[in-house]
Design a binder for this molecule. Structure first.
Ligand code: GMT
Length: 380
């Protein structure tokens, strides 16, 4: 099938899922066309089956805000016509589903019927899409999608609760490619980060408020009082500077490494013992899943879809949002006993294999088939 994928190309869960999905689809013989404003960060190889089309938004002095949706929908129309694309898959509702629907309408005028799949990822529903300024447009474009998928049961329920959705939502969870991880991988270079007796705790995110970065620092601060440990903070975002200041105030600067954005996530996770994810809201928690497949136990909040991934008392522990004391207690329980820690790490990896791309890709292919077959009956 010839598939156009629209996503955010930056570091962030929805872009990663879209990119890895596109790569996997291309490996299965589909022809994939990414349409976005920059080459997606995890998309290294372009080739016969993988193409990238950049959306340009020319500057004009009259515009206070550049009309990205307009440029995107025009680019979609041109790309779909030029390459004979058969299906459009947009990731993150805002503004992609809206722009996708406009492209679909314009193409229909030319006798081209293109089905649109919208995948809801999280903040497009729980934080941003929910805002009164966006809600009518988000509701409209969800309802005009031919198939809607969400990345967890929790996100599906929230979407049904918040929006007036008239159609079914298929739950297709985030995934990993477990063939990329082998348990005897030893090139961890742990000693670059910590002494032999120190445990390594990691947090990876885009440092937005929703991730509760101060909680990461506070939990670590409690832990390091009892167990020698290092905290590795990976990512960039608005909360990073505040976190750095907090570390200074707490006198733990020498124990916390801020690495910025990294393309070496697996290498970092390879030498991590615990992953911290205390988010306020988290539709799935792809970062936790990536930690788990790398054999890292997870201390997280019980927000959103996280309990669908991190199993309490098995792969790690879940605490109420903001319960620093409980998170620190759970982390210390795991870090104080190497046998228990090893057991949780193994369980984490075992659970993560359920989310292997081999199990998840067919779910996407199934909805593609369904949408394609009913393309002439779809609502416009
Ligand atoms: O929160 C992020 O890191 C970015 C955000 C996005 O849409 O780019 O991630 C969301 O989508 C991921 C992939 O489906 C999910 O694993 C994350 O849980 C979700 N983030 C939130 O709900 C806060």
């Amino acid at each position: 099938m010839k598939i156009a994928i629209v996503c955010y190309p930056t570091f962030g869960g929805s872009g990663v899922v879209a990119t890895e999905l596109g790569i996997a689809l291309a490996e299965r013989g589909h022809e994939v066309h990414f349409v976005t404003y920059k080459q997606p960060v995890r998309l290294e190889l372009l080739g016969n089956n993988i193409h990238f089309h950049e959306v340009h938004v020319p500057e004009y002095p009259l515009f206070r805000y550049q009309p990205y949706e307009l440029a995107l929908s025009s680019k979609l129309v041109d790309t779909i016509k030029l390459y004979g694309i058969e299906l459009l898959h947009v990731h993150y509702a805002i503004p992609h589903a809206y722009a996708g629907y406009m492209a679909k309408k314009m193409l229909k005028e030319k006798g081209i019927y293109i089905p649109m799949i919208t995948t809801l990822h999280g903040t497009d529903i729980t934080l941003v899409g929910n805002h009164p300024f966006y809600k009518p447009a988000v509701t409209f474009s969800i309802n005009k999608s031919d198939v809607v998928t969400s990345v967890s049961e929790d996100l599906k329920q929230k979407t049904l609760d918040i929006f007036d959705v008239e159609q079914d939502i298929a739950v297709i969870p985030n995934f990993i490619d477990s063939t990329k991880y082998s348990s005897d991988y030893t090139d961890c270079q742990r000693s670059l980060m910590a002494n032999e007796e120190e445990k390594i705790i990691t947090h990876i995110s885009n440092f937005r408020k929703v991730k509760r970065i101060p909680d990461v620092v506070k939990v670590f601060n409690e832990v390091q009082k009892k167990v020698p440990a290092k905290l590795i903070m990976v990512g960039e975002g608005p909360e990073k500077e505040h976190a750095e200041l907090m570390c200074e105030e707490l006198g733990i600067v020498d124990k916390v490494l801020f690495l910025g954005n990294s393309n070496e996530i697996d290498r970092i996770l390879c030498f991590s013992d615990l992953f911290l994810l205390p988010s306020e809201s988290e539709s799935f928690g792809l970062a936790a899943l990536e930690a788990m497949i790398n054999k890292v136990a997870v201390i997280s909040s019980n927000a959103g879809g996280v309990p669908e991934v991190n199993k309490h008392g098995v792969s790690g522990f879940l605490s109420d949002v903001g319960d620093i004391e409980d998170m620190a207690k759970n982390a210390l329980y795991l870090l104080s006993d190497d046998t228990i820690l090893e057991e949780f790490k193994n369980n984490a990896q075992q659970i993560a294999t359920n989310f292997d791309i081999l199990n998840i890709l067919p779910l996407y292919e199934e909805v593609y088939e369904r949408a394609y077959k009913s393309r002439f009956k779809n609502s416009y």
